[in-house]
Design a binder for this molecule. Structure first.
Ligand code: 7TS
Length: 409
């Protein structure tokens, strides 16, 4: 993989901040966009814009074809049975809320249990909390061990005949841990529970096969996979989507509306009320094409080098003073590096790095229960992607050396 060539495809990487070239290391928050994605969206607006599914005129038919073509592409990308299993939503957050809200409307009952994990992003915790409040659903969490891996032995205790949903992230946005989703899914299915997989941090880095994962639902966000903001995917097994009630009512999700009754369309239509984000779906399809062209194997090998470089520099430069959280590199640790530098607050690190043009995130990363579990108020996080170089990892560490000099007492 030629990183310099790839970088040319991402116009934003040409920018400078505070007189320094941008070193963008916050791709777990959102990835940057290649020209192909930006062009795909603007071409739609310049040449094809119309409301899909509504008009009989040629332009609307073209818009419909482009939108449905994007859906078919996502279905292939996920190795789904077909496009009817792909619901376009705003992102992972909306996808998981859709599942929770819909299941909450009649398919889950007081005393039913939802099992999640302590490493989830808030978007895979809060929607289930809401069900706890509204429906009397029990909520339990799988803990982690000292390496930031899930303690799967807890499933013996947590999976009972009352367990109806297991909601787990495929990859942690803080620890980078790659979870054993298939094993969890097999165990969950033994007690008849449905498996909701948060794929927000998985889809950008590894090929997805929803069948092989054993998922019943899979959610991901376009903007973390080189695509536009405001578009994401809820994949669900078709027979489940068929049984589930819609969450929002409005245009295009209905079959018939009368003053005294209403009936709904088949999925995915019944979950897509209102005018959809057509340009976003087309941009997402262009992003998936880009990822497929580069190839996940090349991306993984490249990211692997970056992660290894970070671990090496951390050990050389800081030893015990810098802790990278999550499993050791070279296995089940994705390109998400959350760390603590002794004596320096994460926000101070992020501000000082910003002065060097290095963009990383600091804070609780929308995973407050995990921060509590780790006993830290906040962490710094560098999350490289296919367009980052080993030189940029070096720049990160050079800046960290400076941060330690300035702030550590
Ligand atoms: N799940 C995981 C694992 C995530 O990392 C995120 C976003 C979401 C769900 C929510 O995705 P959204 O597109 O609906 O917002 N994570 C982050 C992050 O780590 N920093 O900023 C956003």
């Amino acid at each position: 993989m030629n990183v310099e060539k790839i970088r040319e495809d991402f116009p934003i990487l040409q920018r400078s901040f505070h007189g320094k070239p941008l070193v963008y290391l916050d791709s777990a928050a959102t990835s940057q966009k290649p020209t192909a994605v930006i062009e795909a969206e603007s071409t739609f607006y310049r040449e094809q814009n119309a409301n899909p599914h509504r008009g009989v005129y040629a332009l609307s038919e073209e818009a419909t074809e482009a939108y449905e073509g994007a859906r078919a592409h996502v279905a292939r990308f996920l190795r789904a049975s077909g496009p009817e299993e792909v619901v376009f939503v705003r992102g992972t957050t909306e996808a998981i809320n859709t599942v929770a809200t819909s299941l909450g409307r009649g398919l889950l009952h007081k005393g039913d249990r939802v099992v999640s994990t302590v490493m989830e992003h808030h978007s895979n915790i809060v929607p289930w909390h809401m069900l706890r409040g509204e429906q009397g659903i029990e909520l339990e969490f799988i803990d982690i061990d000292e390496h930031g891996r899930l303690r799967l032995e807890e499933l013996d205790r947590l999976l009972t005949k009352n367990t109806k949903v297991v909601a787990v992230t495929a990859v942690s946005n803080v620890l980078g841990t790659v979870n054993k989703v298939r094993e969890i899914a097999d165990r969950a299915h033994e007690v008849g529970a449905l498996v909701v997989v948060d794929g927000a941090q998985a889809a950008p880095h590894k090929p997805v096969d929803v069948g092989a994962l054993g998922a019943d639902f899979f959610a991901f966000s376009g903007h973390k996979t080189l695509g536009p903001t405001g578009i994401g995917v809820l994949w669900g097994r078709h027979e489940l989507l068929e049984k589930m009630p819609p969450c929002e009512g409005g245009g295009e999700m209905i079959r018939e509306v009368h003053l005294d009754r209403v009936s709904y369309r088949e999925p995915p239509g019944k979950f897509e009320a209102g005018t959809p984000n057509v340009a976003g779906a087309i941009g997402l399809s262009a992003a998936l094409s880009y990822l497929e062209k580069v190839g996940y194997d090349s991306i993984a090998a490249h990211e692997h080098r970056l992660v290894q470089r970070a671990y090496d520099r951390a050990a050389e430069q800081f030893g015990e003073r810098l802790t990278i959280y999550g499993p050791p590199p070279n296995g089940d640790h994705e390109a998400v590096l959350s760390f603590a530098l002794k004596g320096v607050h994460p926000h101070d690190i992020a501000s000082l790095l910003d002065a060097d043009g290095v963009a990383i995130r600091s804070g609780h990363h929308c995973a407050q229960p995990l921060m509590e579990r780790l006993g830290v108020p906040a962490l710094s996080r560098a999350s490289p992607y296919l367009y980052n170089t080993e030189g940029e990892i070096d720049q990160l560490f050079d800046s960290l050396v400076r941060a330690e000099k300035v702030f550590a007492r």
